[in-house]
Design a protein around this ligand. Structure first.
Ligand code: HEC
Length: 192
């Protein structure tokens, strides 16, 4: 009996963890647009950025991007305050479309805004299951970064340290731009 309750409890916990019904992810670095005709790009969302579907039209989706931007670089949206996992890089002229939810100070007294922006993206550029992205990225990471020395532990660097490490080894590992970005996202999201 106890076992059944525990199983039920774990099912409830697991489903509530994945309860973000409309959440999808950018499969690769993708252009985003101001309207559904996809004529005017206003920046890019990067690999693995979570996107919340608001509506669908033909081959495009209106999605909400939510993250944090530091004062002085309002057009770059990050995952967390002080954690430089980039979600989106937007054009200057899209600032007027960015909504601020709240502002907090980081450890260095720099103000960070919690922001959202609604953008259109091509349907073909999203995936529902983030593990598809992580599996591909870990195959590249483990395959290429172990060629000359042992593959470094994911926990060995912080999310802010990893991009520099991958950048310094990018050419040795022969990473093309999309591979570089998905490896960076993978290690940042699995770092200490
Ligand atoms: C062609 C061989 C080669 C490949 C492929 C390679 N490395 Fe390296 N790596 C080296 C060498 C040689 C060093 C010794 C330090 C130096 O010369 O920069 C090194 C050093 C390092 C270090 C320790 C120095 C530091 O920057 O802290 C890390 C971490 C590292 N590599 C990570 C990686 C990762 C991650 C990848 C995959 C993206 C990778 N390496 C792919 C050759 C390689």
């Amino acid at each position: 009996m106890k076992k059944i309750y525990l199983t039920l409890l774990s099912i409830i916990i697991t489903t509530s963890m994945y309860a973000k019904q409309n959440e999808v992810f950018a499969k690769v670095s993708s252009p985003v647009f101001l309207n559904s005709t996809l004529s005017k790009t206003i920046g890019t969302v990067q690999t693995a950025t979570p996107l919340n579907i608001i509506k669908e039209k033909n081959n495009s989706l209106l999605v909400k991007v939510e993250g944090w931007s530091a004062e002085g670089s309002e057009t770059i949206i990050f995952k967390k305050v002080g954690q430089r996992v980039i979600y989106a890089i937007l054009d200057e002229n899209s600032i007027k479309n960015i909504k601020t939810i709240k502002t907090v100070l980081d450890d260095y007294e720099t103000p960070w805004n919690q922001v959202t922006i609604n953008v259109w993206i091509k349907k073909e550029n999203i995936v529902k299951d983030i593990n598809i992205i992580w599996e591909e990225a870990s195959t590249i990471f483990n395959g290429r970064c172990g060629g000359c020395h042992p593959v470094p532990e994911l926990q060995h660097f912080t999310a802010n340290q990893w991009p520099g490490v991958i950048k310094s080894m990018k050419d040795r590992a022969g990473l093309i731009p999309n591979e570089f970005q998905s490896v960076v996202k993978y290690v940042q999201n699995h770092s200490k």
